[in-house]
Design a protein around this ligand. Structure first.
Ligand code: ATP
Length: 238
């Protein structure tokens, strides 16, 4: 059996007196696509911090496989607007390997933007540049915090398809945080429903019938989502 890329065992997190996360036990293995959903303040970003090792659990354990490489696409990244910065130079902050940069940009469909200014990219283009940056070193775990924010429906679908293709090629584990439940239901293998603790988890169809999910998101939404899960066998251009 292969060792999980990252695992949490009864992990909890407190900030001072405030308990943010408790009793989290789950692991990510190569090829897994897991999406974390939950209301505002549920601890989704805090969970990512535990997985990335930015925060240490105040209870239980968080472990990463020795030598595991992690690629991270942040929720938002503000770049100093007065600083001239091309896409190429932005990625060179992460690696000096020209070939890696070219390959990653081609892979995410924005090879033609290499000399463009990062300040003039559209939301969808910038997300793809961030994704290229995250896959520069062939990560074992790709973590994306609301990657489809601000994209239109076609852009979101295309981005999720791209993430799935990258998973197939790199055989990495993918952990995503998303607020868009419809998209989640259509594009992930496993949903982890978080509200300080793991309320429920499983395949999208299964989850949408789980009482804990219905309780958290409401009957009507759960019913719409139950019929939403389907497989994409076609692609959408940006
Ligand atoms: N460094 C910190 N110190 C104290 N409290 C914090 C800290 N970081 C987060 N929190 C609190 O932890 C809780 C969970 O925050 P977190 O950002 O993980 O939630 P989230 O599910 O990502 O929320 P959202 O969907 O709104 O982005 C919030 O109540 C937040 O105020």
């Amino acid at each position: 059996m292969t060792e999980p890329v990252v695992s949490l065992t009864n992990a909890g997190l407190r900030y001072g007196d405030k308990r943010i996360l408790q009793d989290l036990t789950f692991e990510m293995n190569p090829g897994d696509i897991v999406t974390v959903i939950g209301p505002n303040g549920a601890g989704k970003t805090s969970l990512i911090k535990l997985m990335l090792g930015i925060e240490s659990p105040t209870e239980g354990r968080a472990e990463r496989r020795r030598g595991a490489r992690i690629g991270y696409v942040p929720q938002n990244l503000s770049l100093q607007p007065t600083l001239p910065l091309t896409v190429n130079r932005f990625l060179r902050l992460a690696t000096s390997e020209h070939r890696q940069i070219a390959r990653a940009l081609e892979r995410t469909g924005v090879g033609h933007l290499r000399q463009a200014s990062v300040h003039y990219l559209s939301g969808g283009e910038f997300q793809r540049v961030l994704l290229a940056r995250a896959i520069l070193r062939n990560p074992d775990l790709l973590v994306l915090d609301e990657p489809a924010q601000g994209l239109d429906v076609n852009g979101q679908t295309a981005l999720y398809e791209l993430i799935r293709e990258i998973r197939d090629e790199l055989n990495c584990a993918v952990l995503t945080v998303s607020h868009d439940l419809h998209l989640v239901m259509a594009s992930t293998d496993t949903v982890l429903c978080l509200n300080g603790h793991i309320c429920c988890r499983g395949q999208p169809e299964q989850i949408s019938r789980d009482p804990a999910f219905v309780n958290l998101f409401g009957e009507r939404l759960a019913q719409t989502l139950a019929v939403y899960h389907h497989h994409h066998n076609h692609s959408h251009d940006l």
